[in-house]
Write a protein that binds this ligand. Structure first.
Ligand code: GLA
Length: 387
């Protein structure tokens, strides 16, 4: 994210709004290394930031008007009044930035309007948190401009509230926290119960490995339907077991807990995924901290099997990436994000990048599927001011 991008975005802002922006901010998308569907169970996650970002040029207004424009959508700026922002009223892309303004104001922060110009390089619908990046970049810009003094994790909470209540998607806290708090060269070990965090050094290149992201091009949608059903099933499991959240079921007591769930087969599978997934996150953290990076490969594969067989949110294309990558020499692979499409991650030796990439591309072609998009993910910086 260089000065050149900030300048181009600032220039476009000037054309649109006839004044220079007060600043330019960037917030990244993310991939999740391990810890899937654990965040709304108060569990552990381990995302890292992508180099792809949403970028916002912003200036304050004091007349109650919010103007929003996206370079990625061919339309004039949308004009709204901050006092009129109402949850559920906006079904367009503008719900993400305006939801953030709503959440800030609802929390008592005096935001009196803004002109916003946005652009993003985070692929949308690919499970890489393009919406969280949009939310966080706007939240950070307004935090700076209105001197709100909020920390990264607080901005993440407000962005999650915007998405849950204003947009109406029942997501957890992982994506917004990843975008707000990740650091370059690190994965973020996050406890989603209290948002305590530890930056875990994650420099695969230094150890001769790479992490590939494979976007299957299958569009996922979790604001409705399956995501909410899984979440409700997990809440039912916690209630049946008499705990606040599934995070409170210790791994060592999993068998006893499953026994207690009796013939609630569906709930048993959800519980088993969440409890084993939390344990996998802790295992990956300790492997990385002890320098045994290659050994995380099999843990990623276990995580995929659990999401496929117990949580049942994989799909043919994601399974094809994982199976093909492993068969062609990858160290590990799994789906990442909400599921039902989107992206998979593949851990490979640097020397095997081309072989594994070609094997996956060939497998998609042979199955008559849209060609996947494959790129290397380098753990990058979290949200920041860039101009
Ligand atoms: C989506 C949600 C996150 C998280 C993941 C699954 O990305 O936005 O909160 O629940 O799915 O781990």
């Amino acid at each position: 994210m260089g000065e050149a991008v900030a300048e181009t975005v600032g220039e476009r802002f000037r054309e649109l709004y006839g004044a220079v922006p007060e600043g330019v901010w960037a917030a990244p998308g993310r991939v999740n290394l391990i810890g899937e569907h654990t965040d709304y169970n108060d569990g552990f996650v381990m995302p890292f930031a992508l180099p792809h970002t949403a970028v916002a040029a912003v200036a304050r207004r004091d007349d109650g008007v919010l103007r929003l424009h996206s370079a990625d959508i061919a339309a004039d700026p949308v004009e709204l009044r901050v006092a009129d922002l109402t949850p559920g009223s906006d079904k367009a892309w503008t719900a993400y930035p305006s939801g953030v303004v709503w959440a800030l104001r609802e929390a008592g922060h005096e935001v009196t309007g803004a002109d916003v110009h946005l652009t993003s390089t985070v692929p949308s619908g690919a499970g890489l948190s393009s919406s969280a990046a949009l939310e966080v970049v706007v939240a950070l810009a307004l935090n700076d401009l209105y001197s709100l003094g909020l920390r990264g994790w607080q901005l993440a909470r407000l962005c999650q509230r915007a998405e849950n209540v204003y947009v109406g998607a029942p997501v957890g806290i992982m994506d917004q926290t990843a975008s707000a708090c990740c650091e370059a060269g690190h994965a973020l070990f996050l406890d989603t119960r209290d948002l305590s965090q530890r930056q875990i050094p994650f420099d695969l290149a230094a150890e001769g490995m790479r992490l590939l992201v494979v976007d299957t091009r299958v569009k996922h949608s979790h604001s409705e339907g399956e995501y909410g059903k899984r979440r409700a099933g997990c809440e039912k499991g916690a209630a049946l077991l008499g705990v606040d959240a599934l995070r409170d079921v210790p791994y060592a007591e999993l068998d006893a807990a499953l026994e207690r769930l009796g013939d609630e087969e569906e709930v048993r599978r959800l519980v088993r995924h969440v409890v084993t997934e939390d344990e996998r996150v802790e295992r990956v953290v300790s492997l990385l901290e002890s320098g045994d990076t290659r050994a995380i490969g099999p843990v990623l594969v276990e995580g995929h099997a659990s999401l496929r067989d117990d949580f049942r949110i994989s799909c043919r294309e994601l399974d094809l990436v994982v199976d093909t990558a492993l068969a062609s020499g990858a160290l590990g692979a799994r789906m990442t994000g909400g599921g039902f499409g989107g992206s998979a991650i593949v851990l490979v030796e640097a020397a095997d990048v081309d072989t594994v990439t070609k094997a996956v591309e060939d497998a998609f072609a042979a199955a008559d599927l849209t060609a996947p998009r494959v790129f290397e993910a380098v753990p990058s910086a979290g949200a920041r001011r860039v101009g």
